[in-house]
Design a binder for this molecule. Structure first.
Ligand code: AMP
Ligand code: GLY
Length: 422
């Protein structure tokens, strides 16, 4: 079988490595992939958003199945176009991908179907938003409606700060048209949990839970990043909470999307907060999380391609999805300075042992030498029977990677360990 995976980060590398455990797969193409992914797939210089070129490539090369991993091509209709061209693929169509690309859509969906989330109001007029802020108390959260590179969420400690956020989004347009509409919502507290799930539009099968570490510095300090490391499973997410989430969040969401004429197929990511009043949805993503995938898929024991095809064909209920009972830890190694300015082009060396479970995010290949080519360079994952062992093993593997200006957090998983002890 010939497969094509759209995207070019650590998440895509983890998906490709897992897919290749199936011996029926003879060829994997990555569009565009990256210098590290090139060790496991044939990289093709077609951008993740160039949908016409993707369709043409798939047809010309006899692709049997395609996986669309990033949010942009999903929102732009890559799955619609490939399906129309007769290429079966993994991922939601554009109609369903809106669950991530519009916060107003997802908030209204949750309100209409009684899915627990932070109380909120939506505004398209600045003055109405400012007047509303005089009726609520701080802290309060202000969100731009559209995609804003992960920066469109302001947690305001005072009402004045919230008003400033409203003015910057609606008057100064700091996020462009993404701020034409804004959501003002209640500030929630509690541990955050990421739950990725497989769904064929009717059945939903949650994967093992995980915890991201979004801030750049140890102890959750510094700027927000795309994610500096992950652990799975998340110790805050007990069996009782999992059951409650299935009943109050996962199934109601799948049914709501179906009722709206937007059945969701693919990976639906639930960003949850475990509040004193029960689990609530902070955000939905229409795709695998990055770097959550780098700890979740290594724990998957069933065949990934079979599961993906079942989401496409609507037979997920009859398909085995089994996870190991062990734990995983992924430590992201970045270029010093990330998420602001950093240098690139430094040679990367790693031992063969480390390379087996390393997922490359930002590297290029020049004359056979891997060079750093991004803020987040790679993620090193270890699995083990227990979380403390997985953390120790991941940091052990990190020792096997060297590049100039490498930076990584030293405390990935420590909060989870404290939760297990407390
Ligand atoms: P989002 O892009 O919606 O996932 O928000 C980014 C981050 O902001 C989340 O991971 C939370 O840590 C935080 N956040 C978002 N909404 C809320 C809220 N209503 N209350 C508290 N924190 C929030
Ligand atoms: N790790 C968060 C995300 O993929 O959006």
């Amino acid at each position: 079988m010939k497969l094509m995976v759209i995207g070019g980060g650590g998440r895509e590398h983890a998906i490709i490595k897992k897919l290749k455990e199936n011996p029926a797969i003879t060829e994997v193409y990555a569009l565009p992939g990256n210098g590290g992914i090139a060790a496991d797939a044939t990289c093709v210089d077609i951008g993740a958003k160039d949908i016409p070129a993707q369709v043409e490539f798939a047809k010309a090369n006899g692709i049997d199945y395609a996986v669309v991993a990033p949010d942009d091509p999903l929102a732009l209709g890559a799955v619609d176009a490939l399906t129309e061209a007769g290429i079966p693929c993994f991922g939601p169509d554009a109609k369903a991908a809106i669950i991530e690309s519009s916060k107003a859509f997802s908030k209204d969906l949750m309100k209409k179907y009684g899915i627990p989330t932070a109380a909120y109001e939506t505004f398209t007029e600045k003055d109405a938003a400012l007047a509303y802020l005089d009726t609520v108390s701080a802290p309060i959260v202000v969100k731009a409606d559209g995609l804003a590179l992960g920066k469109g969420v302001i947690i305001a400690e005072t009402i004045e700060e919230a008003k400033e956020a409203v003015r910057s989004m609606m008057e100064d347009k700091v996020f462009g048209s993404s701020g034409d509409k804004i959501v003002i919502e209640e500030f929630l507290t509690g541990p955050e949990v990421s739950v990725l799930s497989f769904t064929d539009g009717k059945t939903v099968v949650p994967m093992v839970s995980s915890m991201d570490h979004k801030r750049a510095g140890d102890g959750d300090t510094g700027l927000n990043t795309g994610g500096m490391g992950t652990i799975a499973p998340n110790p805050y997410y007990t069996d009782a909470i999992a059951q409650e989430c299935m009943e109050t969040i996962f199934l109601p969401t799948i049914r709501a999307m179906e009722a709206e004429g937007r059945p969701f197929k693919g990976c639906l990511y639930f960003g949850l907060m475990l509040t004193p009043k029960g689990p609530k949805v902070i955000e939905y993503n229409c795709r695998f999380g990055d770097p959550e995938t780098q700890v979740v898929l290594p724990l998957l024991e069933s065949d990934l391609l079979t599961i993906m095809q079942a989401t496409t064909n609507g037979c997920l209920a009859e398909t085995e999805v089994k996870f190991s009972t062990g734990s995983a830890c992924c430590v992201v190694m970045a270029s010093a300075g990330y998420p602001t300015a950093y240098k690139k082009g430094f040679p990367i060396t790693m031992t063969a042992e480390t390379a087996k479970t390393t997922y490359v995010a930002g590297a290029s290949l020049k004359d056979g030498q891997l060079l750093t080519n991004g803020g987040r360079v790679l993620g090193v994952t270890a699995t083990a029977a227990t979380l403390p062992e997985a953390i120790q093993a991941a940091y052990g593997l990190v020792e096997g990677v060297t590049f100039e200006n490498a930076y990584y957090r030293r405390d990935i998983g420590q909060k989870a360990l404290a939760a297990m002890e407390g």
